[in-house]
Structures are given as structure tokens and as C-alpha cells.
Design a protein around this ligand. Structure first.
Ligand SMILES: Nc1ncnc2c1ncn2[C@@H]1O[C@H](COP(=O)(O)OP(=O)(O)OP(=O)(O)O)[C@@H](O)[C@H]1O
Ligand SMILES: [Mg+2]
Length: 318
């Protein structure tokens, strides 16, 4: 008997080339622990789906090693497929078939039982919709059905490629609740997303991918901690002259919503300087807060730097 794999997923020096010019995945390595939620976070065209679909055995790598539960994805597809569940990007199902019938259909493909189906329908909170046809469901409900389908074979590892793209904030939260439930059950979840908020909330580990390369990896807290070399000061309801006052000190204030001024500073001392200058100029504001950057700001910083550094390098993804 082979030794049980330590990691759910092991990826080593993976590359994927499309044609001669496009290096969509450029030598990435990472491990996913059993039972963790791992988020691959990156902009359009970064290489997320390519990576996920190689691990799912759907696409073949150009080079590198990829193992799922210790099995080589290029050699053991038959043994891997029963262990995984997949929600593909842009998932869609049969319009005229009800939620329950759809679940029955997929379950029978995998030899599942009826009561499992009802459990899964309950898990994604679709009990009230069980008799509705797929075409009548909202985007969020469709995605929840897609997640239930991904679970029909009781997989050990679940892949969800952009499960909340295109959903409104409430529908997105309802999908998050389902994913938090999977996490509680101890499933290994591999998620791709553009949404930092989603990664910050759900993921134990986040890997940021850009132009086929992983430019940062760690828990959301680690990524923030190691990149939080600045503070963000926000002043709510400032009057117009505040921008000139703060700009006059050499900072670069931005207007982030109606009347809020947001500015990056390095030290608490800078904040004191700004507040004194505001006071001297009689520039008013209603409230203020000082925060470390969130994952979104870290992402923008890291991707900005990486794009800058890679300018003129080998052609990666778009
Ligand atoms: N089958 C293919 N043939 C040729 N090029 C491809 C193919 N699939 C993807 N690409 C290209 O590879 C790059 C990475 O694509 P991929 O779909 O992996 O990115 P992604 O991060 O999933 O993007 P998105 O967020 O838009 O889904 C892109 O430039 C894309 O156009
Ligand atoms: Mg994709």
C-alpha cells in the first residue's frame, strides 16, 4: 500500500503553454493542506482556470509535477476523478429540469442515494426551490445548485472556479455561507476568485497569481502583516480644502466616496502632522479612522509592483 499523502494537492514547478507565445502558467509551486480552504486569487487571464483544470485532470501540464492526494494527475485520472468535485467557471445546467431532478441525474451518474440528495439540497439551502426548473432560478441559486452537484460523489477535494462572480452582494454572502459549511465539514476546498473580500473571509491560505506567476502566498493575516508597511487614514465628510492641505504636506490624498479623504501614510507621526495642518487651516471633518491595509489594498500594491517589475519581461498571460 502506498503511504497516505501529506497534502491534498502538491504542485511543483507547473507550467502551461498555449501555442508558442503564451506562457499561461509560469513555473508555480504550492501545497494545499488537507481540510483547508485554499484560494487562488488573481485578475482575468492570470492563469487560475488553467491551474485548476490541470489539477482536476482536465488539461495537461506542459511541465512540472502535480499530485492530488498523492496521485499524479497525468497518470491516475481514473482514481482521481472519484475523489474530486468540480464547479466549473460559468457553470450552467439543464433549463427545463427541476433542482431535485438535476440532483438525481448527477447523483445517479455517481451511484448516489436519494436521501443523500435531500441532504445536499438542504446543505445549499434549496429546499424551497427543489421543484423549480433550473431556468427560473436566480444567479445565486444556480451557483448553489452547482455546488450541490459538485458534492454528489462525496468528494474529498472540492474545486470551485469563481463561484460568486456576477452575483449581487446578498447572493454572494449566501454562497459564502454554504462554503463556510463545507469548511466546517472538513472538506478541502480549492477556490478561485477575483474578490479579495471572499478570500479574506473564507481562505486559510491565499496565493496571489499574476501573469502565470504566484507573487505572494500565505494566510490573509500573514499577507497583510508582511505587506502592511503603511497605514490608511480616512477622514469622513471633509471640506474641499482638506485635499489641498494634505497634498501640501507632500501626501497623495484620494477621494474614496462622496466626501471622504483617504491617504496612505507611513507612521502615526504623519497622522499627527496631517491633523495639525487641518486644524491650522480650519479644515473640518466629521470622523476619522486609521487602519492597516486590507487584503484588497495588499493585492493592489503587490500586483502593481509585480506588473511594474515584469514590464518588458517574457510575454506571460494578458
Ligand atoms: N485553451 C486555451 N487556449 C489558448 N489560450 C488559452 C486557453 N485557455 C486559456 N488561455 C489563455 O491563458 C491565459 C490564462 O487563462 P485562464 O483562463 O487560466 O485565466 P483565469 O485566471 O482563469 O482568468 P479569468 O479570471 O478570466 O477566468 C489567458 O491569457 C487565456 O486567454
Ligand atoms: Mg478562469
Amino acid at each position: 500500500m502506498t503511504k497516505e499523502a501529506e497534502y491534498a494537492i502538491e504542485v511543483e514547478s507547473l507550467t502551461k503553454r498555449y501555442g508558442n507565445d503564451l506562457l499561461a502558467v509560469n513555473g508555480i509551486s504550492f501545497n494545499v493542506r488537507k481540510g483547508e480552504v485554499f484560494a487562488l486569487l488573481g485578475p482575468n487571464g492570470a492563469g487560475k482556470t488553467t491551474t485548476v483544470e490541470i489539477i482536476e485532470t482536465i488539461r495537461r501540464p506542459t511541465s512540472g509535477k502535480v499530485h492530488l492526494l498523492g496521485m499524479d494527475v497525468t497518470k491516475e485520472k481514473r482514481n482521481i476523478v472519484p475523489c474530486i468535485g468540480v464547479l466549473p467557471q460559468g457553470f450552467s445546467s439543464f433549463d427545463r429540469i427541476t433542482v431535485r431532478e438535476t440532483m438525481l441525474y448527477y447523483s445517479r451518474l455517481f451511484g448516489g442515494r436519494n436521501d443523500d440528495i435531500d441532504k445536499l439540497i438542504a446543505l445549499v439551502n434549496l429546499e424551497d426551490k427543489a421543484k423549480e426548473q433550473y431556468a427560473t432560478l436566480s444567479g445565486g441559486l444556480k451557483q448553489r445548485l452547482g455546488i450541490a452537484i459538485a458534492l454528489v460523489n462525496d468528494p474529498k477535494v472540492v474545486f470551485l472556479d469563481e463561484p460568486t462572480t456576477g452575483l449581487d452582494p446578498r447572493a454572494r454572502r449566501e454562497v459564502w455561507d454554504v462554503l463556510l459549511g463545507l469548511k466546517k465539514e472538513g472538506k478541502t476546498v480549492f477556490l478561485t476568485t477575483h474578490y479579495m473580500e471572499e478570500a479574506e473571509l473564507l481562505a486559510d491560505t491565499v496565493a496571489i497569481i499574476l501573469s502565470g506567476k504566484i507573487i505572494a502566498m500565505g494566510s490573509p493575516a500573514e499577507l497583510i502583516e508582511s505587506n502592511a508597511d503603511y497605514l490608511v487614514l480616512t477622514l469622513q465628510s471633509v471640506d474641499e480644502k482638506a485635499f489641498a492641505v494634505v497634498g501640501g504636506l507632500g501626501f497623495e490624498p484620494e477621494q474614496n466616496n462622496d466626501k471622504a479623504l483617504q491617504v496612505r501614510v507611513e507612521h502615526m507621526d504623519d497622522i499627527r502632522k496631517i491633523l495639525n495642518a487641518m486644524n491650522d487651516a480650519n479644515a473640518s471633518f466629521v470622523s476619522m479612522d486609521v487602519r492597516k491595509p486590507n487584503l484588497e489594498q495588499v493585492f493592489l500594491k503587490l500586483t502593481g509592483e509585480a506588473l511594474h517589475e515584469s514590464a518588458g519581461g517574457e510575454k506571460g498571460a494578458q
